[in-house]
Ligand binder design. Structure first.
Ligand SMILES: [Cu+2]
Length: 64
């Protein structure tokens, strides 16, 4: 699963997004790309996408 994340500017932002995604139940492997403005993850169970965007927004970024 891949999402676009707006507003990442440095490695600290990448960590912020990574941690936000880690907090969402069901998400396993996370790969956040600063250059591409993307985050991809695998999930073992169904992931609630509104929960994903809420967690990322709370961290200060925008999901597109
Ligand atoms: Cu940053």
């Amino acid at each position: 699963m891949e999402i676009r994340v707006e507003g990442m500017k440095c490695q600290g932002c990448v960590e912020g997004v990574t941690n936000a995604l880690k907090s969402v139940p069901g998400i396993d492997d996370i790969d956040v790309s600063l250059e591409e403005g993307k985050a991809s993850f695998t999930s073992s169970e169904t992931v609630n996408l509104s929960q994903v965007s809420e967690a990322v927004s709370k961290a200060g970024f925008k999901v597109k």
